[in-house]
Design a protein around this ligand. Structure first.
Ligand code: SAM
Length: 495
């Protein structure tokens, strides 16, 4: 990149270009054929066309309302501020513990003055609307800030609530001494601690804990088992992300995932082949492993973050260049902090600003909001629907907690995720499918259902925006995704 402040961009420019080169149609086909085989999504096929790049096509018929896809995220994270509201598994994003723990913990943390996000947006495909924490962005970067309420949930609560409940009451709710009526019917998986001893991540099972550890967390854990100076660096990186934009946590997860996969490939190669490459080939060998580990990320549609981020309404177009430079500098600050914490010599090109910018840009252009409905909401609805006598008895115990929660009782788990198959779905203003969580979808998977009958060979499209908007407004919104829509409806309405 011309004028990049990051020395690694220059040192590894050839390798960075290889890592960021768009995959060939043939490698796309091979990769997604394998993925579809491995995930049993035989009703779908990914095809490449010169028109819109990758797209998802029906390989079988779908009826209206039928499930098309449940896509497991490649990488995902709960918004930092949402962690106050919802205790979820850090790998699959199921709610964990118990209804009592969810309620008690939230009220307890609120009592400590931690902020919360009010409502839950069930519209799951969304542009990340910059995701900045407003105050910190203003402070850290000087001039610019975003007006809209951001989706990191950093807004403080405005709703009216009853007086706080006594702390010891909340503690007994959290530690299981006090139980609420009918919560057995809303049993949740137990809370499994992080194997590295950090207090940040929790899991619903040992399987999730181990999978997270192996795929992401062993490099990012701030627990006691992590060496002291690395821990201090990680804390600094996380603090910076939490106070500016938690998209950096996701970028760190992508880098951690690639490094850990690279190490795993190296181990299995050494065990299988039984020998190390000759010294003069070590460098090439390491890079071939890096390419292999990076492959799932290489498939994602990407642009540099500071090039593709939508210009906030309150930034004058004359200040655009300066705004984009500030975004780049912010990313560079974050990258330097991450590099101090987890740098790996054999994966050095990953720590270039060019790669970091493209990873974040990938989330900007492809992300689907991570949304998991809260069982606490179901619980209070259940109480409300009980016959009169039972309802009255249950409410006597549960009501103070509902009052203390106010209208925040229903806050769902919210975050950002990259889904390998869903992210290949193109947009249409007359879509035949939509992202929609059904009652049974209680984890972080992306769920896509058919809006009308779909025949074999038809492209499966979703809408990235509110498709009921008039033509011009739709184009304005889609410009934030970097394209002008050429779907059948737009072509017709344009003429
Ligand atoms: C989430 S990706 C979809 C998959 C993408 N086609 C690929 O090759 O990875 C979104 C990008 O696809 C392209 N795209 C999606 N829908 C489109 C449409 N209706 N008209 C033009 N381009 C579209 C745009 O470049 C957009 O930024």
């Amino acid at each position: 990149m011309d004028g990049s402040p990051c020395p690694l961009d220059k040192e590894f420019s050839d390798r960075i270009a290889v890592l960021l080169a768009p995959p060939t149609p043939q490698s796309i086909q091979e990769y997604y054929d394998k993925l579809i085989e491995a995930t049993n999504c035989h009703g779908l096929r990914i095809k490449y066309s010169n028109k819109h790049g990758k797209g998802v096509y029906a390989n079988s018929e779908f009826k209206e309302g039928e499930l098309i896809l449940k896509d497991q995220m490649l990488v995902a994270a709960q918004h930092s501020s949402n962690k106050v509201d919802c205790l979820v598994c850090s790998y699959c994003f199921r709610f964990i513990g118990s209804i009592e723990l969810q309620i008690g913990r939230k009220l307890y943390l609120q009592g400590l003055g931690l902020s919360t996000k009010k409502e839950c947006d069930y519209q799951t495909f969304s542009h990340s609307s910059n995701g900045f924490c407003q105050n910190e962005m203003e402070e850290a970067e000087g001039n610019f800030f975003m007006n809209e309420s951001d989706n990191t949930g950093s807004s403080s609560s405005k709703n009216l609530k009853a007086d706080p409940l006594p702390e010891d009451l909340l503690l007994s709710l959290m530690n299981g001494d006090l139980s609420l009526p009918y919560t057995r019917q809303f049993a949740l998986p137990p809370v499994i601690a992080c194997p590295g001893g950090c207090e940040e991540e929790h899991y619903c099972s040992n399987l999730c804990a181990d999978s997270d550890w192996e795929s992401f967390h062993s490099l990012l854990c701030t627990g006691q088992n992590t060496e002291r100076s690395r821990r201090a660096s990680l804390f600094k990186f996380i603090e910076h992300a939490n106070s500016t934009n938690d998209i950096f946590i996701l970028a760190a997860k992508v880098i951690s995932y690639t490094i850990l996969k690279c190490r795993k490939l190296k181990r299995s190669h050494t065990t299988e082949i039984g020998k190390q490459p000759s010294l003069d080939k070590t460098d090439e060998f390491s890079f071939s492993l890096l390419m292999e580990a990076w492959k799932p990320i290489s498939m994602g549609f990407k642009k540099r973050w500071w090039d593709c981020i939508a210009l906030p309404d309150d930034v004058d177009s004359g200040d655009e260049e300066s705004f984009r430079m500030q975004i780049r500098d912010l990313a560079f600050t974050s990258l330097k902090l991450l590099k101090e914490a987890i740098f790996d010599d054999e994966c050095a090109p990953l720590f270039s600003l060019e790669i970091y910018g493209h990873i974040i840009g990938m989330f900007e252009l492809n992300n689907l909001d991570l949304v998991v409905a809260s069982p606490v909401e179901d619980y209070f609805i259940y109480i409300d629907d009980l016959p009169c006598k039972e309802k009255h008895e249950a409410e006597t115990v549960a009501r103070p907690f509902l009052d203390a929660l106010g209208d925040e009782y229903a806050v769902c788990c919210q975050g950002t995720a990259f889904f390998p198959l869903q992210s290949c779905m193109n947009h249409s203003c007359c879509p035949n499918a939509k992202a929609f969580k059904r009652d049974e979808d209680r984890d972080g998977h992306a769920v896509i259902v058919a809006l009308r009958p779909i025949s074999i060979g038809e492209e499966i499209t979703i809408s990235y925006i509110d498709e009921d908007l008039p033509y011009d407004e739709r184009q304005v919104q889609l410009a934030d995704y970097g394209f002008r829509c050429r779907c059948a409806r737009c072509l017709q309405e344009q003429s």
